[in-house]
Structures are given as C-alpha cells and as structure tokens.
Design a protein around this ligand. Structure first.
Ligand code: UDP
Ligand code: GLC
Length: 386
C-alpha cells in the first residue's frame, strides 16, 4: 500500500524540539508529503535539506504575537487564522490528511480541514495548563480538538493526561514517545570530550555539567547557575539560544550573570549550536532543570545516547524517560539545593554514575528509537487515512 499523502502544518520557522521531531516524521513521508510553514526560517531550510517539500504560507505578525499564556487573543489573530486556513485548505486539496505539529498550527489546520473536507491529526507536544497555557487558550484549542481532531498524538502520557484533565476526549489520544536517531551519537570518538574541552579552554580533568535547551525562564538555566555558584571548580556549559520573541531579556540576564567574578569564567554561554552530540560528550553530567512540567524532553534521550548521566526535574513526561536511581536522578523542579546535592553525589561515586549512564544508553536505544516513533505515527496516520 502506498503511504498516505500528508500535509504537515507548523507555525514556526525556528528549530525547537517539536521541529527536530517533525524533521524525522516529515522526512519519512517526503515522497508524497509536504510541510506548510506559517513562518520562514531555519526549519524550512532543514526540511529542504532532508528532501522535504516546504510550502511557505506566512502567518504574519498578528499570529506571531499570540503567546501560549496570553489571555483572550483579540480579533486580529482570529482573522489571521481564518485567512491562513483558507490558504492551507487550498494547498490541502492534493493531500489525504492534515497533520498539525503545534497548537497554533492545529487551529489553522482544523479550520482548513473543514474547508477542504480533510481529516486532521494533531501532534500534541505541550502540557495544556500547569503554567504553560492560559486557561482561555487551553479551553479554545481543546474545544476545537474535541470537535475536529480525527486523532491526537501525545508525546508522553503526562501530555495526554493533561489534555484529558483539561477536558480533551481520552478516546482521541494515542501516546507516541519521541525517538532519536542514534547515528550521530555512535559516531562520537573516544577523544571527542578532550577535543571539545580544548576548544572551550576547559581542563580535561575539570568537572563539567551541561544544560541543553532554548533559553527560556521555564527551562531553568538559572537554577543550574544557582547550584553551580555553590560548587567551586565546577564548569557549566549553557547550550541553546533565545529562539522565540520575548526570550531575549532572559538571555541577557543569564549572560550578565555568567560574567560575575564569583563564577570566575566557569559558566560558558555557548548559544544555539548544531553540534549537540559532541557537546554532550564533553560533559560529566547533563542537567535538565525545567521549572514547569516538561512535556517530554528530547535532550534527556540525547544525553543518554551520548552515554552521559542525567539529573532531571521530576515532573511532566520526565519520569517516563528517566527512571530515578536507575537510568538517572530525578530532583524536585526549581530546587537548586537538591540539584547541587545530586551533582555532588554523582561526582563522588564514579562507579555508580557510570553504571547509570550505561543503563541509560541501553534504555534510550530500546525505548526511544526513531523507528519506534515513526511506526507509532504511521499507525495513527494510516488508520485516519483509511
Ligand atoms: N538543541 C539544539 N541546539 C541547541 C540546543 C538544543 O539543536 O543549541 C536541540 C536539542 O538537541 C533537542 C532540541 O533542541 O533535540 C530541544 O528539544 P527538547 O525536547 O529537549 O526541548 P524543547 O525545546 O522542544 O522544549
Ligand atoms: C516540545 C516540548 C518538549 C518535547 C518536544 C518534542 O517542544 O517542550 O518537551 O520534547 O516538544 O516533542
């Protein structure tokens, strides 16, 4: 059977975790599929590099200004949604179904689906509520899902449960965890750690912790800096950029903090990078410090694939990815003291830490493979297309 022709829809041209994941999914449908992007940017280029057709349908400023946490969005974004839905509907005629990768793009796709009479799948990668979304925005998108989504693919059980808790229909939801291609991690050499440290001017025997996320207050980079402030000699790699509007002041604040004499050059603000696997390899421990529940956290799987032990915030989808005491250590979100204690404990017990990292690497390969993710998505898409 030929695979269905899927028109994916996403609202952003920036590369967040949702877009990294869609890269793999869209690539697997590239023969008959395409991605409608409501904003141009590096994501469009990355898709095209993988041979995926991109339809640029600019959403304009009105939609960009609407944030997950904004109160009633006003009339201009609604007009923008309707305008874009008409354009996406026109594009959708030659496809079997629409597949939205974000709440904003789902609203557009849902309306486009009505106009073009096509089913719509929503890949839900957000925890609707719990500080991430305003009640008004969560209500709107859930009402539209209950009315119009053929299926909802959730990136974790936590994401699925939050959808249901906020009023979403349970029968719509299938959980498909993210999966990561291990190839770039398999390619890491035995000298990568030393090479990267030399590039960064960090001694090869220093204790290095890394955090890998776009710079946003909810990702908790400042919690790691609090912990590191109390750990003389420890270096921190802060990897990631301010991707979305409104994140720039936080970046400035972190950069100013990193320059404080008390850190003595131990905090390395590396910005957005496209060589994450080798930077992970340069760390002794990888920290995930989100202060709000993380829906999934691809970076956890990536750290495990790089054979690095992880300490992560115990909330959202994280406990589905990391088992406390077995494949990593879970700490309460936003608790710099607990994070510091966990770092100290791992630093003192090298044997336990190495065993944990090894189990993590095996778990990541078994449970979070790209092939398993693609099979999960394919099953849902085929059922809807049929
Ligand atoms: N990432 C990257 N360069 C950076 C920082 C992060 O390529 O400088 C990648 C990271 O490897 C991961 C993704 O961005 O694949 C972030 O996904 P995650 O699910 O961890 O968080 P999100 O940003 O989607 O909330
Ligand atoms: C979202 C979530 C993140 C998840 C990613 C991929 O960006 O914030 O936790 O890993 O989507 O599904």
């Amino acid at each position: 059977m030929t695979s269905p022709a899927v028109l994916f829809v996403d609202h952003t041209g920036m590369m967040g975790g949702a877009q990294h994941s869609l890269l793999d999914i869209a690539e697997s449908y590239r023969e008959r599929g395409a991605v409608a992007l409501l904003e141009d940017g590096p994501f469009a280029a990355a898709l095209e590099t993988r041979g995926v057709r991109v339809l640029r349908i600019d959403g304009g400023e009105a939609l960009r200004r609407v944030k997950k946490t904004s109160a009633f969005p006003g009339v201009a974004p609604l007009v923008a949604v309707a305008r874009m839905a008409r354009r996406v509907a026109r594009a959708a005629r030659s496809f079997d179904l629409l597949y939205a990768n974000s709440p904003k793009s789902f609203l557009v796709a849902a309306l486009a689906g009505v106009i073009a009479r096509k089913p719509v799948v929503w890949h839900l990668r957000d925890i609707l509520g719990q500080g991430h979304f305003s009640a008004a925005n969560a209500r709107t998108v859930i009402a539209v899902a209950n009315w119009r989504a053929a299926r909802v693919v959730a990136n974790s059980r936590a994401t699925a449960d939050a959808f249901v808790a906020a009023g979403g229909r349970r029968s719509l939801v299938t959980v498909v965890h993210n999966g990561i291609d291990p190839a770039p991690f398999d390619a890491l050499g035995p000298h990568t750690c030393r090479e990267v440290r030399a590039e960064l001017g960090i001694a090869s025997d220093a204790f290095v912790v890394g955090i890998f996320s776009r710079l946003h207050p909810w990702k908790g980079q400042s919690v790691l800096l609090d912990a590191v402030a109390r750990m003389p000699g420890v270096h921190a790699l802060v990897v990631g950029g301010a991707l979305f509007s409104g994140e720039a002041p936080y970046e400035l604040e972190l950069r100013a903090r990193a320059e404080l004499p008390s850190y003595a050059g131990r905090v390395h603000m590396l910005g957005a990078r496209d060589d994450v696997p080798r930077l992970l390899a340069a760390c002794n421990v990888v920290v995930h410090a989100s202060v709000l529940p993380e829906p999934f956290g691809r970076v956890l799987v990536e750290a495990m694939l790089a054979g690095r032990p992880v300490i992560a915030s115990n909330a959202g989808g994280v406990p589905e990815v990391v088992t406390d005491g077995e494949t990593g250590v879970l700490v309460p979100p936003g608790d710099a003291r607990a994070l510091g204690e966990a770092l100290d404990a791992l630093r003192r017990d090298a044997a336990r830490t190495a065993a944990m990292a090894q189990r993590g690497a095996a778990r990541a390969r078994e449970r979070f493979s790209r092939d398993a993710m693609l099979a999960g998505v394919r099953r849902v898409v085929s059922e809807v297309a049929a």
